[in-house]
Every structure is written in structure tokens, then in C-alpha cells.
Design a protein around this ligand. Structure first.
Ligand code: GLN
Ligand code: ZN
Length: 808
């Protein structure tokens, strides 16, 4: 057969196998390296990643997947959508998202076919960092932009801010320059950009009320400028991502696709419209009929859509089939993929392209480096580098079926799939039996909230507006060193224990001094909230270098759930008991909840996620009960990931929320009424699941509110949240010290909807990424704010007690 097939990739992880980018960013922020050095490291990384993909034999290599912080932020800069407060010329005091936004770069040509690459004087690298972090080595500190999770992943993007009558102009040439850079190095590339409808859809209006949809006319010329510039840089294809096509789109947005892509047609550049993370569903007909040269679909998440799309695809278009999972670490079952692709190929011939399902941004870099994984388990896995090889092998198997190396790959893949399915390591009959024995009474507390809170308050004696933190305190160099020396065997367990105890003691003392009401032990023993628990559960394995970017320079190393989960021994109890022994105030026990354990791990794909979630819930339930027995009166079960697991489509949500809520309740319901269960959530859109959050029936929820500009509070206007709640009063991403009045005001806003006796005072999230001086300063002000509120609401120190005592 002479037919060819094109292989490509939608994006490669930018952080580097050793998190080189993270290290460079942070060194730059600390002033240890300069901008030129940072740029040099970025250039090297890009080249390494391009080379790796070219060496594997990939036909088209992505550019535009590199970002100094986030690819959505890069796009915002590219089209000149940078808030005034973050620009180089921003004046001090110009700090609010609501400030009127004026744009520069009027010097750029308005003729969309003529790109004048004069750099925008008002945007530079530090501008990007100010948007993302509120500060950079140059410029004034100000409020960062909002950050939120990218679809149902644990990657966070910077939410574009839109103002009424906003103008867009090509203003930052990074994507263009990097494309030219790759081409100059001899790579065949395809730049990747987020499409205009997804870009608008994923942003937020600021300032005067208006509909960001109405900005389309202003936005498209900037996209046209960008396409022209990309074409001039030497690209022939551009991948335009429109992942919102897998969502339930408002009709107006769905209908806009046709006209937008008609207007975006470019005489030189061919557009591959990319969708991922789900099925096109009712957007299928829109997607296949757009005036573009090709379409990419995700057949890992939605294999059933392949033939439907093939059937409907106009004859001149190519179809890119995303068959290698970009979101998980399991080795591709090449035989299965081959079958799927063969069906497509019969119909498409050389119009078939093969690719990962989505950008490999969500996948660790290179499995080869893992030396500590059990051999059998390692043979079940594939990371980004291996996934690129899988894509290329699939092409070889289609076009040269007798190629010896490809056949060898195929045989190894089949053997691995067989070995995994039959491995005794995966199945634990005891766990499975316990799962079957779950009864309704395991999913609820003995009494209703009103009764529980009264009993709890009788013991805890908290003041009104009780203050607390989310769990972690600054992870100092000393703490990290202690953990790493212990891991490397440089200190023994006695020494390790002593040092961690000292950290706990310091942390408790500082909180006592700050006059916080409900204390935490500080989580010094934890490298990461999921890894720490996973390491002590059966059914988990860990990688050494399996890092995935979460946001900016922050990376996580998700553990791998490969088998049935159980808890061989208590995990946190001795630390919690020690911490509580140091104070008369309650110290919270601190656990990561089942849903977060699930979503921040790489999960099994051989059983429903709900099953794995319930296994985790049972393991954590044992820990909760053990904490209670050890005298811990308040136990927090963090569930920051609950929202990101929400299916993208409305029709799938109820089922998910049912099992997610059930899993949480199983973990929380083994205790007496007197034990106060907290949960914590952050950095997600909670308004649409507030009812399910209430159904979790935690006694107290602490929830991020400040970073997203108090938006959460709107949810309470429509919905009466029934239990205690602590809306986060300050953003912990920024080292800036929060303003007392701002915190007071936020709680006053909350008090309009929620009875004051049910309000708590806490930061948005944990403090591990902060340093001690700013942490103490911030918390001192937070406690001050709570005290002001107690006076203003005339609650007195014991009002919470009185009010709740009435209920009892
Ligand atoms: N208890 C954790 C901490 O304070 C919660 C972190 C999170 O919500 N991501 O760090
Ligand atoms: Zn949090």
C-alpha cells in the first residue's frame, strides 16, 4: 500500500524530565538567575523535547506548547489581553481587577494580513508572572488573575479577564518566535493555539456587566493576525484547540462556530481543529462541517464517536484519531488501538492521522528513568516519551505491518495487557468483600447536623467566627532536608521523628501565639497530600520522576493506583496525638479524602472509578476512627478535587456526584456525633455543585473564596448552605499580606447569607508554599479580622456556644 499516515502530537510536557523549568522559574523569581539565563533554559528544554519527538519518528511536532507559566496566559499575552494592573506601565495602587482596562499596542498594523512584529512595549516576561502570581522581579505587586482547573484535569490555567469593549491586538510573539525557532532547527512543526471560542468561553467578564460572547468581533482580527504571523514563520498546519466542543454548549456559542471558522480561514495555513476530553455529542455535526482542513477527536474518552465522525466527515478533511491516552499512564493496548484504527483507515486512507488523545501536558515525561518500580508494574506503563513511540508504532503497524521492531512492540504490549489482567497483585478478595458489605448506615452520621454541632460545641467551646487554617504551614528548607535525609537513610527514624516533632511543636506554638482557635500540626511530614497517604496504602506504587505540571512552577507526582486499596496500619495517628498533646485547643487531624486521592492519582482503567473510590473511602474511614480513638476531636478530610472529577456533560453528573458524595460520607461517618468533621475545597467552580457539597454533610467546610473574587458567595444567595462554613478570607498564592478590612468585608458579605454563628475564618488554602514571616503576618491580621467581627456583630467570645447550646 502506498498510502501514508501522519503522526503528530498535541503538546509535550514543558517542565522537563527533571523539572528543569520549575527550578529555573523559581530561581528567576528569587533573583538567582537573570532573564537571559531563564530564557536559555527554556530554549534548551524546547529543543530537547522537539528532538525527542523527532527521534521517535513523529511527523508533526507541536510548538506553542511551551509556556513560561501557562499556555492560556501565553495566548492572552499574544493577543494583547493583559489586565492594565499587570502591565509594565501600571501605576502603583492600580491593583484591582475592576480597574478600567486600557490596551496598548495601537502601533500594530490593523491590516490583518500584514503582521508588523514590533514588540509590545507594555508586555514582557515579568508581565506574565505578575498576571500569574501578583508579582515578579520587576513591576508593582498587585492582585493576580484568577486561576482555575482546566476542564476535568488537575492542571490550572490563568482565567482570561475581559472588559466591555475590550480590544485585542497581536502583542506578544512567543508562539510565533518559538515556531520559527523550531523550523530553523530543522523540525517539521505544527503550532498549537487555543481557539477563539474556547478562549472566550473559558474567561470571565470583569467590571461593568456585559456578555463576553459579544467580544468575538473584536477578538477575531487578532487571531487572524496570529495565523498570518504563524504562516509567515513557516508553519503550514496550525492546531486550533476547541475543547469546549465536548461540553453542553449554550446554543449561541455552538452556532457561532460556523461563522467564526468561516472568518478565520487563512489562504496559506491549514487548520486542524482539535477536541479532547470527551465526545462531541450534539456538537458533532458542527465540528465535522467547519471550514477547516482537519479534525482531531479523543477516542480514549469516547471511542464510540469514531465511526460516527468517520461517517459524517466531508471527503476533503483529514481525521486525527487520538488513540493513546494523554491523561493516564497505562501502556497502550496496541492490538486494540490497531483494530480501531484499521476501521478508520479503510474509510479514510491517508486522510487518517494518529495522535495521543490530548496534549501530553497531563502525563509524566519518561518512564525509562524509573528504576524503582517493580518490573511487572513498570511494563504496564507508558509516559509521554513512550506514548509518542506508541503513536509512531501504530502508524508503522498500519503502513508496514511486517516491520520487525513494530511487531516486537505489539507483542510486548499484548503480553503486558495479559499479565496485568491476571496479576495477583491487583486483586484483594478481602477488600472486595468489604466493599460488598457496605450498608446504608455506613454512609451517614448517627445524628443530624444541628444535633451534632451542638454536642461538638459543648466540648470545643469555640468563639464566634472561629479561626483556623487549612492544614499545611510553610515547608521550610529544613523540613524538606529532614524528609530527604530520612528517605536517603542519612538519619534514622528516631532522629527523623524528633525533628518532625520539633517542627510540630514550633508550629503549634506559633498558632497559640497568633491566638488561632482550631490548630493544625502543620503537615511537615508530608511531601504531598496524596503521595503521603498513597505511600502507606496497599494498591499504590510511586514513581521517582513522574512529575506533572499542576500550575506554573508547581508540579505534582501523582501516585499510581494499580490494585485494590487497603490500609495496613494507621497513618497519621501518632503525629496527631503528639500535636494534640501540646495544646489545650483542638488540633485538627488532617486527611486527604477518597475523591482527591482518586483524582490526584493515576487510576486504574480496569474497573470503574467509583469502585476504586469506595475502596479508598473504607481505608480512610479506618484512619478517621483511629484518630477519634486517639483523642482527636476535629478531623478534616480534604476534598479539593471533588469538582474536577465532575463529568463535563450534564447527563453524567448525577451518577458521579452520587458515588463521590457516598465515598466521602463513608470515610467520615464512622465517628461519634461529638467528633467534628471538616472538609476543605479550593480552586474550582463550586457554585454548580453546592448542593452535592452540602450532601457530603461535613460539619464544617473551609472553602477557597478570595482568589476567585468572592464569587462563591453568590451560590449562597440561591442556596441555603446548611452546615458551618469558612469562606477563605485571603489568597495564599501571593506573598502579599492581606488587608484586614478586605477580610472583614468578605465575611460581612458572607454574613448576609449565612448566619454568623455558622461562619469560620480561614485562608483560602494550605500555607505550605509560603514563607514564615509573611504567613505569620497574614494570620495575625486574619485573627484580628475575626476579633473585629466578633465585636461588630456583638457576639462576644462565647456567642457560638450560646447559639448552638440553644439547639441542644
Ligand atoms: N490540608 C492541605 C494543606 O493545607 C490541603 C491542600 C489543598 O487543598 N490542596 O496543604
Ligand atoms: Zn486547598
Amino acid at each position: 500500500m502506498t498510502q501514508n499516515i501522519t503522526t503528530h502530537n498535541l503538546g509535550f510536557p514543558r517542565i522537563g524530565g527533571d523539572r528543569e523549568l520549575k527550578k529555573a522559574q523559581e530561581a528567576y523569581w528569587r533573583g538567582e538567575i537573570d532573564q537571559a539565563q531563564l530564557e536559555h533554559i527554556g530554549r534548551e528544554l524546547r529543543n530537547i523535547h522537539w528532538q525527542l519527538q523527532a527521534d521517535a519518528g513523529l511527523d508533526l511536532i507541536p510548538t506553542g506548547d511551551f509556556a513560561w507559566y501557562d499556555q492560556v496566559l501565553t495566548l492572552s499575552a499574544t493577543i494583547g489581553n493583559i489586565p492594565a494592573r499587570h502591565r509594565k506601565t501600571a501605576k502603583p495602587g492600580h491593583t484591582h481587577a475592576h480597574d478600567d482596562d486600557q490596551h496598548c499596542c495601537a502601533h500594530l498594523s490593523h491590516d490583518v494580513n500584514e503582521f508588523n512584529p514590533a514588540p509590545c512595549r507594555d508586555i514582557d516576561l515579568d508581565t506574565l508572572f505578575r498576571v500569574a502570581r501578583g508579582r515578579a522581579p520587576t513591576g508593582n505587586a498587585t492582585t493576580a488573575s484568577d486561576m482555575t482547573k482546566w476542564f476535568d484535569t488537575n492542571y490550572h490555567y490563568l482565567v482570561p479577564e475581559f472588559h466591555q469593549s475590550q480590544q485585542f491586538q497581536l502583542s506578544w510573539t512567543q508562539i510565533i518566535d518559538e515556531t520559527a525557532e523550531a523550523i530553523a532547527l530543522g523540525y517539521k512543526v505544527k503550532p498549537v493555539i487555543l481557539g477563539p471560542l474556547s478562549y472566550l468561553f473559558l474567561g470571565k467578564e470583569k467590571g461593568a456587566a456585559f456578555d463576553r460572547f459579544d467580544l468575538l468581533d473584536n477578538l477575531l482580527p487578532a487571531y487572524q493576525q496570529l495565523l498570518t504571523a504563524l504562516s509567515q514563520s513557516g508553519a503550514t498546519w496550525v492546531q486550533v484547540d476547541e475543547p469546549i466542543l465536548v461540553l453542553d454548549l449554550p446554543e449561541k456559542w455552538q452556532r457561532a462556530f460556523e461563522s467564526v471558522y468561516n472568518r478565520l480561514q487563512h489562504h496559506k495555513l491549514k487548520v486542524l481543529l482539535a477536541t479532547y476530553f470527551g465526545a462531541l455529542g450534539e456538537n458533532l455535526s458542527t465540528a465535522v462541517n467547519l471550514p477547516v482542513a482537519g479534525l482531531h477527536i479523543d477516542v480514549v474518552r469516547a471511542p464510540e464517536q469514531l465511526l460516527a465522525v468517520v461517517d459524517r466527515l466531508p471527503a476533503h478533511k483529514i481525521l486525527s484519531v487520538g488513540v493513546v491516552d494523554g491523561r493516564n499512564i497505562w501502556r497502550n493496548d496496541l492490538a486494540k488501538s490497531l483494530n480501531l484504527l484499521k476501521q478508520a483507515r479503510e474509510r479514510l486512507g491517508d486522510r487518517l492521522w494518529v495522535a495521543p488523545s490530548c496534549s501530553l501536558l497531563h502525563s509524566p515525561v519518561n518512564l525509562e528513568r524509573e528504576e524503582k518500580l517493580p518490573q511487572d508494574i513498570k511494563s504496564w506503563l507508558a509516559f509521554a516519551k513512550q506514548k509518542v513511540q506508541e503513536v509512531v508504532t501504530l502508524k508503522t503497524l498500519l503502513t508496514r505491518p511486517f516491520d520487525a521492531i513494530a511487531q516486537e512492540f505489539l507483542a510486548a504490549s499484548v503480553a503486558a495487557a495479559h499479565a496485568r489482567l491476571n496479576s495477583p497483585k491487583i486483586h484483594n478478595p478481602e477488600v472486595q468483600a468489604r466493599l460488598k458489605a457496605i450498608k446504608p448506615e455506613h454512609t451517614q452520621r448517627s445524628s443530624v447536623f444541628a444535633e451534632r454541632i451542638a454536642k461538638q460545641q459543648a466540648i470545643l467551646q469555640l468563639p464566634a467566627f472561629p479561626t483556623t487554617t487549612i492544614g499545611s504551614f510553610p515547608q521550610t528548607e529544613h523540613i524538606r532536608q529532614t524528609r530527604s535525609e530520612f528517605k536517603q537513610g542519612k538519619i534514622n527514624s528516631v532522629e527523623y521523628e524528633n525533628r518532625i516533632r520539633q517542627e510540630i511543636a514550633d508550629c503549634i506554638a506559633k498558632q497559640e501565639q497568633l491566638d488561632i482557635d482550631v490548630l493544625v500540626h502543620g503537615e511537615a511530614e508530608r511531601n504531598d497530600m496524596v503521595e503521603y497517604f498513597g505511600e502507606q496504602l496497599n494498591g499504590y506504587v510511586f514513581t521517582q520522576f513522574g512529575w506533572v505540571q499542576s500550575y506554573g512552577s508547581r508540579c505534582v507526582k501523582p501516585p499510581i493506583i494499580f490494585g485494590d486499596v487497603s490500609r495496613p496500619a494507621p497513618i497519621t495517628v501518632s503525629w496527631a496525638r503528639y500535636a494534640q498533646s501540646l495544646s489545650k485547643k483542638p488540633v485538627k487531624g488532617m486527611l486527604t479524602g477518597p475523591i482527591t486521592m482518586l483524582f490526584w492519582s493515576f487510576v486504574r482503567d480496569d474497573q470503574p472509578r467509583a469502585t476504586t473510590a469506595l475502596q479508598l473511602a473504607l481505608a480512610l474511614r479506618d484512619e478517621v476512627v483511629d484518630l477519634e480513638s486517639a483523642g482527636i476531636r476535629v478531623i478534616q478530610i480534604d476534598e479539593p478535587a471533588i469538582r474536577e472529577g465532575l463529568p463535563l456533560r450534564e447527563k453524567d453528573r448525577k451518577e458521579y456526584l452520587d458515588w463521590a458524595v457516598k465515598a466521602f460520607r463513608i470515610s467520615a461517618s464512622g465517628v461519634q456525633d461529638e467528633t467534628q468533621i471538616h472538609t476543605h475545597m479550593c480552586y474550582s467552580e463550586f457554585n454548580d455543585i453546592i448542593k452535592a457539597i452540602a450532601d457530603m454533610d461535613a460539619d464544617v467546610i473551609t472553602i477557597e473564596t478570595s482568589r476567585s473574587d468572592g464569587e462563591l458567595l453568590q451560590a449562597f444567595e440561591q442556596f441555603n448552605y446548611p452546615n458551618d462554613i469558612g469562606p477563605g478570607v485571603y489568597d495564599i498564592h501571593s506573598p502579599n499580606i492581606p488587608d484586614i478590612q478586605a477580610m472583614v468585608n468578605l465575611l460581612k458579605r458572607a454574613a448576609r447569607e449565612i448566619p454568623v454563628e455558622r461562619l469560620w475564618v480561614n485562608p483560602d488554602c494550605g500555607l505550605k508554599t509560603r514563607r514564615w514571616p509573611e504567613t505569620e503576618a497574614a494570620l495575625a491580621r486574619m485573627v484580628e479580622a475575626a476579633k473585629i467581627l466578633r465585636v461588630e456583630y456583638n457576639t462576644g467570645a462565647s456567642a457560638k456556644t450560646n447559639k448552638t447550646a440553644e439547639l441542644a
